[in-house]
Design a binder for this molecule. Sequence first.
Ligand code: NI
Length: 226
Amino acid sequence: MLVSIPDLLTQEETARARQALEQAEWIDGRVTAGVQSARAKNNLQLPEEHPTARELGDLILAALQRNALFMAAALPLKVFPPLFNRYDGGRSFGAHIDNAIRQVTGTPHRVRTDLSATLFFTAPEDYDGGELIIEDTYGVHTAKLPAGHLVLYPSSSLHHVKPVTRGSRICSFFWIQSMVRDDGQRTLLFDLDVAIQRIVRDAPDHPAGVQLTGVYHNLLRRWAEV
Ligand code: NI
């Protein structure tokens, strides 16, 4: 399941972040790539220990915590500290599947990558190309979202970033270990959750609301690992 989360960051937060990112010193993105994906990867990345990466990473993590749509869609157990990349001058990232396990640098913590996330800092009209192309069992999807928006997709999907031929594409990317590992189960829970929200809104006194909320939690209890 592919989920777009609009306005994860406010326009003001996004503009401030973009300004800080434009002034930062970027390095070759291959530093965090595995052997195989290093061959496909051609972008720039902010060093993980860069103060701007740390500061904006915290801002993103706090925004995720407050975002009901993200919480419902991802059912997050752990979130990898956000990384930042930049594509310009024809840079691209060829087709790959993200590594299954990521170690948080300098810590013993590991994150199983169930979901991949890309948060856009540059507006789509400010660059040409740079579409994130995601292939899943339902076909090919394209994501090139407004600044401040986030796209979530299963880490098991093959994806690539098309060459950026004008301007710069600046994004944050990170992974989520979900309480529900299986994308199909997580999608069912999300669909059920959305339907329950509608019932509760449109017919607040209907007993089916309580009943279905019970079903949701009993499925979650069955499928979640915490
Ligand atoms: Ni990737």
